[in-house]
Write a protein that binds this ligand. Structure first.
Ligand code: PEP
Ligand code: MN
Length: 337
């Protein structure tokens, strides 16, 4: 890190900072410019609190050089980290598609959806058993009953099961039935949950919070990895902006950026990212074109009857058509589907 001293910093305050840096176990090198003095602090001590040094006399600015997320960054692990689902791997050449209803509603609807998405080429079945709803009056999900349905259908279809865990108290039960534990946007900074998921021997699908920065997303992933679980998939699902024509604003530049700075696989959720069925195919294709390792897509056999998010769910036929349209896009960017 670089510590920039104020133009009027005294020799005493400079010496004070040199001592502080060395006391923290870093090598301190003083660079005397014509008008300014800066201290280069050499060494990887991202776990020390350096913000407090801003309060020291004579200090103007502190510029970190290393990213704050050391485990999730490419500096830590230059190759891509593949994350294993039952039948496939996310983060390698093949673009993996996870599809299914927003919420598990009943056995038959979930089975119909699973069979359709499997036939169209999905690797995993999504579906919420515990739903994080804005209103407590809305359908909250079938809870453990929903997990049992997912598990049964996952076994029968060969699809991996991806489902959301809302709190630490559910980690054990969700891990018992699911193959991948999803952390929803509203829980991205539930640090106790992230720590608990570090102890689970199953992949975690971490969705970006609706007002979270990219660094905050990566630091959330850092919690899971630090806890002992490096099987983390990042998911871009749109953020809240001033725009009202789409439910959220799907930031695809973030996908390209994440692929540069992290070794973790990155997938895109064009369903929540747009909130509108007609926009999902275009954004799904754009996501694959810009380097996403996979997609998370809501599909329902009868969207007009769906209990949650019917307006943004593709029909089974719509999903099959999308998969066909995605194939040449994936091939054009050197991927398979
Ligand atoms: C979901 O995928 O079902 C969901 C609730 O998404 P998000 O957390 O991104 O809103
Ligand atoms: Mn949904």
């Amino acid at each position: 890190m670089i510590i920039v001293m104020k133009p009027a910093a005294t020799e005493e305050s400079i010496q004070h900072m040199l001592d502080n840096v060395e006391d923290a176990g870093l090598e301190a090198i003083l660079l005397r410019g014509e008008k300014r003095k800066v201290i280069a602090a050499i060494g990887d001590k991202r776990d020390i609190a350096t913000d407090r040094w801003l309060a020291a006399p004579g200090v103007e600015r502190i510029i970190p050089i290393l990213s704050p997320y050391k485990l999730a960054s490419r500096e830590a692990s230059p190759g891509a980290t593949p994350v294993r689902l039952n039948g496939g791997v996310v983060g390698q050449q093949k673009v993996q598609v996870i599809a299914g209803p927003c919420a598990v509603e009943d056995f038959d609807t979930t089975l119909d959806t699973a069979e359709a998405v499997k036939a169209a080429g999905a690797v995993a079945l999504r579906g919420g058993a515990y739903k994080p709803r804005t209103s407590p009056h809305s359908f909250q999900g079938l809870q453990e009953e929903g997990l049992k349905i997912l598990h049964e259908i996952g076994k029968h279809s060969g699809l991996a099961v991806v489902t959301e865990v809302l709190g630490t108290e559910q980690v054990e039960v969700v891990a018992r039935y699911a193959d991948v534990l999803q952390v929803g946007a509203r829980n991205m900074q539930n640090f106790l949950l992230l720590k608990a998921l570090g102890k689970v021997g199953k992949p975690v699908l971490l969705k970006r919070g609706i007002s979270a920065s990219v660094d905050e997303l990566l630091l959330a992933a850092e919690y899971v990895i630090k806890g002992g679980n490096s099987q983390v998939i990042l998911c871009c699902r749109g953020i809240r902006t001033f725009e009202t024509h789409t439910r959220f604003t799907l930031s695809l530049s973030t996908v390209a950026y994440l692929k540069e700075v992290t070794h973790l696989p990155v997938i895109v959720d064009p369903s929540h990212g747009t909130g509108s069925r007609s926009l999902v195919p275009a954004m799904a294709k754009a996501a694959v074109a810009c380097g996403a390792d996979g997609l998370l897509v809501e599909v329902h056999p009868h969207p007009e009857r769906a209990l949650v998010d019917g307006q943004q769910s593709l029909t089974c036929g719509g999903f099959a058509k999308l998969m066909e349209e995605l194939r040449p896009v994936a091939e054009a960017v050197g991927r398979t589907l």
